[in-house]
Design a protein around this ligand. Structure first.
Ligand code: NAP
Length: 343
């Protein structure tokens, strides 16, 4: 099929942030799409994901993913419909996930796209519970922290995308008590009423240590860390000997140079205490668990269908709203998965 030349719209990195990003770091740009080459597909993106890790890519620093380039489109997970194809593997009409979000139309190498089954679940779930979000929660609790029946499990950023799924998976793995922390009373209520947590901590109300001790008087066995700093410190203090910590993220420091760069000295985790309690702290990247993706999707789609996995989405509409959605995920404007609907 011949490709019709047309324009697409994309969000580019206009300037690099110094500290917290603002709308001024982004620019919405119209530009002509290249012609499709053999093996490529043209995708009309319907949903895109904004994720905390993207903050690190805005800095000009080496990391596990290269920095976003000034004057170039940002990238990230998206789902969309194939509207033109020069691939034998993916036909027009298929719904695919790929990594060229932050634009309305995407020219994608078919080999890097995955056809998803929209009969199994709505397309946007493949960016959330059935996407890297869900797989992160699952891998962190099974392969990394190895939740066992009877464990007391503590989840941070618990009303967010990974955290809300993780709390429910911890229960499925046999946790005896699941404790979540989130910012503000509306979110802590949601943890208890919607996501089935046994106890909820509002970390913005202060005294995280005291609140955790009250929620887990016998201590915790597993901690899924998305936050770092005071959360990690409090979890190590509350942990029973032999506990396991999955180091998944450290969002409290992302605007201050990443990792624990933003942690104040008094919130530096006590690793000697971790040593004497024989605690395992283990980092993870979801990309190292992609071999389990198919198996996970099969299982999680069943949970969605039978209602035993509940999800929330916070949706911003329109490509021009993608920067606001991204700024929102960093500041807690979301419950559940933060998404941008593009079509
Ligand atoms: P999310 O939890 O849906 O959104 C981020 C949440 O972090 C916000 O809603 C906000 O909720 C909370 N937050 C922001 N600043 C905070 C602070 N200073 N202290 C405590 N909480 C804060 O995002 P997500 O996509 O599910 O990601 C959650 C974490 O997992 C992030 O750290 C992310 O980088 C990490 N992650 C890692 C991998 C991996 O492969 N290792 C993969 C996916 C995600 P509140 O309103 O409750 O503050």
């Amino acid at each position: 099929m011949t490709t019709q030349l047309r324009n697409g719209h994309e969000i580019q990195l206009a300037t690099r942030p110094d500290g917290a990003p603002t709308a001024a770091n982004f620019a919405l740009v119209e530009r002509p799409l290249p012609e499709l080459l053999d093996g490529q597909i043209l995708v009309r993106n319907t949903w895109m994901s904004v994720d905390p890790y993207m903050r690190g890519r805005m800095d000009d620093k080496p990391s596990y993913l290269p920095p976003f380039q000034l004057g170039a489109a940002l990238e990230g997970s998206a789902v969309g419909e194939v509207i033109e194809s020069r691939s034998d593997a993916i036909a027009v009409g298929a719904t695919v996930t790929h990594f060229q979000g932050w634009r309305d139309l995407a020219v994608v190498d078919a080999a890097t796209a995955t056809v998803v089954d929209t009969g199994l679940a709505a397309p946007q779930h493949y960016l959330g519970a059935l996407g890297t979000t869900g797989l992160t929660a699952y891998a962190a609790l099974t392969a990394i922290a190895e939740v066992r029946p009877g464990d007391v499990v503590f989840i941070s950023a618990a009303a967010g995308a990974v955290g809300s799924v993780a709390g429910q998976i911890a229960r499925k793995l046999g946790a005896s008590r699941v404790i979540g922390s989130a910012g503000g009373p509306a979110k802590t209520r949601l943890l208890l009423e919607e996501f089935g947590f046994d106890a909820a901590i509002d970390y913005r109300a202060g005294d995280l240590r005291g609140q955790l001790a009250a929620a887990a008087p016998e201590g915790i066995d597993v901690y899924l860390d998305s936050v770092g700093a005071e959360h990690l410190t409090a979890a190590i203090e509350a942990m029973r000997p032999g506990g396991r910590i999955a180091l998944v993220g450290a969002i409290s420091g992302y605007n201050a140079g990443g990792g624990n760069g933003g942690a104040r000295a008094e919130s530096t985790p006590d690793l000697y205490l971790a040593a004497t309690k024989e605690i395992t702290l283990r980092g993870m990247l979801v990309t190292s668990h992609f071999a389990s993706f198919g198996e996970f999707i099969g299982q999680a789609a069943g949970w969605l269908a039978d209602g035993s996995l509940r999800t929330r989405e916070t949706v911003y509409a329109g490509l021009d709203q993608a920067p606001a959605a991204f700024l929102g995920v960093l500041s807690g404007a979301n419950t559940g998965k933060m998404l941008v609907r593009l079509a």
